[in-house]
Design a protein around this ligand. Structure first.
Ligand SMILES: [Zn+2]
Length: 239
């Protein structure tokens, strides 16, 4: 486990850690929920309840992210692929999978497992809204978690390698070409295309007055661009 992390727990033999950047995003998300999401929905709560629900919601969001990463990890382990660690960080989380997948099918199922877990969680939290309807704070919590898990599944399915959708795309290219190296190069170029799309969308958002959201989208695009570039360089070095 890298040094800039706090060890949390071991699940299925996999060490789970918190990157230092996680504490920043946890605090930001808690503050955003406590000062914006919950007050917009309910205006008559006592102040501590906003903050308690903000922190609880942020915590359950990261539990959801952890379950998403465990989805990838469990399928990887079933294929005999080693998982070195799971880390929660500023962009959510990552399961560090040591080996390249042994086949296109393995890659496909490892990649799709995470979004499937997120879809399932969205469904569960959506279904919980009915029995929780009379308890205002819990209803709002279930609503938010249903929404955020659905967003998580959909965002990760964007076919920009190394996002899950990009890995699914690489698995399909691998199955078609029969060549993992070529599939990686194709997926990384498509990933770079999506990174530029994110940056363009973010810049457009900034021009139309959404500075915070726009900057965040640019930041994600820049991150995806670097990841796709690293995948290309790695592939070139291994040739
Ligand atoms: Zn994932």
């Amino acid at each position: 486990m890298a040094r800039q992390q706090v060890f949390l727990v071991r699940i299925l033999g996999i060490p789970v850690g918190l990157d230092y950047s996680w504490f920043l995003i946890f605090a930001l998300l808690t503050a955003l929920l406590a000062s914006s999401y919950y007050p917009a929905e309910f205006d008559s709560w006592p102040l501590p309840l906003y903050w308690f629900m903000g922190a609880l919601t942020a915590l359950l969001f990261f539990v959801s992210v952890l379950l998403h990463e465990l989805g990838h990890s469990v399928v990887a382990l079933l294929y005999g692929i080693r998982v070195r660690s799971i880390t929660l960080h500023v962009f959510g989380g990552v399961a560090e999978i040591v080996d390249e997948p042994p086949s296109a099918a393995a890659e496909f199922f490892v990649a799709i497992a995470g979004p499937l877990v997120s879809f399932a969680l969205a469904g569960i939290f959506h279904a919980l809204q009915l029995p929780l309807a009379s308890v205002q704070p819990l209803l709002a919590l279930a609503e938010y978690l249903a929404y955020i898990n659905l967003s998580l599944a959909l965002f990760n399915l964007v076919p920009g390698y190394p996002l899950d959708g990009g890995r699914v795309f690489r698995a399909l290219m691998w199955a078609i070409t029969g060549d993992m190296g070529r599939a990686t190069v194709i997926a990384a170029y498509v990933g770079r295309g999506f990174a530029f799309l994110f940056i363009a969308l973010g810049v457009w958002q900034i021009y139309t007055g959404n500075l915070g959201g726009g900057l965040w989208i640019v930041f994600i695009g820049w991150f995806l661009h670097n990841e796709a570039r690293a995948a290309l360089l790695h592939q070139a070095a291994n040739r």
